[in-house]
Design a protein around this ligand. Structure first.
Ligand code: CDP
Ligand code: CDP
Length: 227
């Protein structure tokens, strides 16, 4: 049998990580874990409880009553907070704009990192986020750093929003993406950086299918070299 590998996909907001990671996982029969959804779930949970998001101790206390889980779903994987389906709620702009604050809390990162490593024990896995190749799964056999220009990423987010009936100007989306990039890249704990052994894939001119094919090729090559 082909070896079940760990595949880490990192990169900035809207580079296409979740779209591509999910398709790659499907192709290889691997489990897909969206770690961004986990930071979003904590943000949503803390906001629901009116916790001060900068108060780390209060956020940690709130997390004690939160169990995050995933269930297969189309087109998006479903995300649960305990029994509550929060798939749509965690994509709302208020959560999106506060998630970097939560993601900068070291103890939150420690707790979520542990949960992510446990999920990866299952074997064949595709995990996407910001620090998977650097911190969560430093021994992952395949590491991809997915990027695209901020203008292209804003366009993609815009098109996605139009489908959902959300009307945010393109310029605002680009500004929000650039702000989140800045916060994610400059925070002290596990900032967004390319792992030294990651393969850089610039998706600016690429279709989703082209990106999936490029990553699949890297995985297949690795599978035959590690048998
Ligand atoms: O989908 P999008 O790129 O907008 O973001 P996401 O992947 O859902 O992640 C949301 C936020 O969670 C990011 O802006 C990061 O601040 C944080 N995050 C993180 O710090 N580490 C991860 N492994 C994944 C996400
Ligand atoms: O997970 P991340 O924030 O990195 O990106 P995403 O949520 O997968 O969103 C990327 C958006 O760009 C989706 O609407 C995709 O359909 C679209 N897209 C892409 O992901 N990759 C391309 N090469 C072209 C478009």
């Amino acid at each position: 049998a082909k070896q079940a590998l760990q595949v880490a996909i990192d990169g900035p907001a809207s580079a296409g990580k979740s779209t591509v990671a999910k398709l790659v996982a499907k192709r290889f029969g691997y489990i897909y874990v969206d770690t961004g959804a986990m930071y979003r779930a904590v943000t949503y949970w803390a906001m629901q409880q009116h916790v001060d998001l900068a108060d780390e101790a209060a956020v940690i206390t709130a997390m004690k009553s939160l169990k995050i889980s995933f269930k297969p779903g189309e087109p998006d994987q479903l995300v649960f907070a305990n029994q509550e389906d929060i798939t749509a709620a965690i994509r709302q702009p208020d959560v999106t704009n506060n998630v970097s604050t939560i993601a900068a809390l070291p103890q939150v990162r420690t707790i979520l990192t542990e949960q992510q490593r446990e999920m990866a024990n299952a074997g064949g896995i595709v995990m996407d986020g910001r620090d998977i190749g650097t911190t969560v799964l430093p021994n992952a056999e395949v590491k991809i750093f997915l990027v695209a220009s901020a203008a292209e990423r804003a366009k993609r987010r815009y098109a996605e929003n139009v489908k959902k009936g959300i009307d945010t100007p393109l310029a605002q989306l680009q500004a929000e993406i650039e702000l989140r990039d800045h916060k994610d890249s400059t925070r002290k704990v596990s900032p967004l950086t390319q792992a030294t052994d990651a393969t850089l894939v610039d998706t600016t001119p690429m279709s989703i299918d082209e990106v999936v094919a490029a990553i699949a090729k890297i995985i297949t090559k690795k599978q035959s070299s590690t048998i």
